[in-house]
Design a protein around this ligand. Structure first.
Ligand SMILES: [Mn+2]
Length: 433
């Protein structure tokens, strides 16, 4: 019997509905800027948070009781049943998973791979039956003790080899399931102490590893996008994929900037000292915006708490940058978010997503309204209008520093500052959110 048997399928009932188990703002068929809302947001449930997480924190273990907990294939099958029941209740088009979320670890690499392939056969059948699609697959190379000093950046070449085999297996099943992206998040790719770390070697290893991943993608004809997910720290003290700007430098260094894009997470952006919209805008500007992990952190604790989003103004500014960059192609909105330790019930698991999905719908609609109004773009164009003439462009392209200096004195240049209008623009945004 389904774990979600007492919960009706969630449907759009409009903003005046009094039903807790309904969408008030997410209408998959509503057209926003010429596209269905479902096709804009491309929502995905994260297997690890919703099915594998047991309610633990650094001070205590499992609080949840789910019928699928266990480390054998029978439990993995019960978990898959519950997962697809939940996707159906929510009516989300996509899911995402790590290998370790969906299958038990085997006694050997080969057994782990066979377990993964067997459960992905189950997924393939369920995907066929339900129409649910895979937004992305990925490898968990951070939980098991073998990864404690990193995967691709490990000082031990045998770990590098095990990581390569692991990623190959995960890419294979992602490809077979029609996954639209493949993600690499390097939680252990970094260091705890510089005293025992050779930064130069570890960067070379990471570059060689990613090059092999890209080569293999082309070899098997995987048409999805390879994505790297930035995060500055946690679990490692310092992670190499610190933020968007850092990864851009890494990709340029190894000539991979046209092969790899980014999966950008709200909580990780905040940990890096940025806003989510900053990271999205920078990725958009660099042509690297791939997909997003939607969540939020607790603003007091400073930890990566992976909570569900609940702030429309923040989410609106995030989708504004997504829309400005042209919207998602292979990417989407993955809820990298989990219910809190005390939220024990199946209803909590479902309603957390319902609320977050409505927040995303409101954010998307506000972002589209801002973009269609054009107020911010008009202001920006006015602010930089001085550059839209031949003389200004010549200064950038051909004038030398001393020529510019001579001109400043000859023309007795005396520039006057102009208002940045920040509060007026904040007032303008508030009209939409
Ligand atoms: Mn996170």
């Amino acid at each position: 019997m389904s774990y979600f048997k007492d919960i009706p399928p969630i449907q759009y009932e409009g903003p005046d509905s009094d039903n807790e188990f309904a969408y008030r703002h997410y209408d998959p068929n509503e057209v926003v800027m010429g596209k269905r809302m479902e096709d804009h947001l491309r929502l995905a449930v994260a297997y690890w948070h919703s099915l594998a997480y047991e309610g633990g924190d650094p001070f205590g273990g499992r609080t949840f009781e789910r019928p699928w907990y266990g480390d054998d294939m029978a439990a993995a099958r019960v978990k898959a049943d519950a997962a697809f029941d939940m996707f159906g209740v929510l009516n989300v088009p996509f899911f995402c998973f790590h290998d370790a979320d969906v299958r038990p670890e085997g006694d050997s690499f080969a057994e782990s791979r066979r377990n993964l392939e067997e459960i992905c056969d189950v997924f393939a059948d369920k995907m066929q039956q339900t129409g649910t699609k895979l937004l992305w697959g990925t490898a968990n190379m951070f939980t098991h003790r073998r990864w404690m000093a990193g995967a691709a950046t490990n000082p031990d070449p045998e770990i590098f080899a095990y990581a390569a085999a692991t990623v190959k297996a995960c890419m294979d099943v992602t490809h077979r399931l029609g996954g639209e992206n493949y993600v690499l998040w390097g939680g252990r790719e970094g260091y705890e102490s510089l005293l025992n770390t050779d930064l130069t070697r570890e960067a070379e290893q990471a570059g060689a590893f990613l090059t092999k991943v890209v080569d293999y993608k082309h070899k098997i004809g995987f048409k999805g996008t390879i994505l790297i997910e930035p995060k500055p720290q946690e679990p490692s003290k310092h992670q190499y994929d610190f933020d968007v700007g850092t990864i851009y430098g890494f990709l340029k260094r190894f000539g991979l900037e046209n092969e790899v894009k980014l999966n950008i997470e709200q909580g990780h952006a905040i940990l890096a000292g940025h806003s989510f919209e900053h990271e999205l805008a920078l990725a958009g500007s660099l042509g690297l915006l791939g997909s997003i992990d939607m969540n939020r952190n607790d603003y007091q604790s400073g930890w990566d708490t992976d909570q569900f989003p609940n702030n429309v103004p923040e989410v609106a500014l995030a989708y504004y940058e997504v829309l400005r960059a042209g919207g998602f192609t292979t990417g989407g909105t993955n809820f990298d978010a989990r219910v809190r330790r005390q939220s024990l019930d199946p209803e909590d698991l479902v309603l957390s997503h319902v609320g977050a999905i409505d927040i995303c719908a409101r954010g998307l609609k506000a972002a589209a309204a801002m973009l269609e109004n054009g107020g911010l773009e008009k202001m920006r164009a006015e602010r930089y209008a001085g550059w839209d003439n031949e003389a200004s462009q010549a200064m950038l392209k051909s004038e030398s520093l001393d020529q510019i200096a001579a001109r400043v004195e000859e023309t007795n240049l005396n520039p006057q500052p102009r208002s940045g209008r920040q509060e007026r623009l904040e007032n303008w945004v508030s009209r939409f959110v």
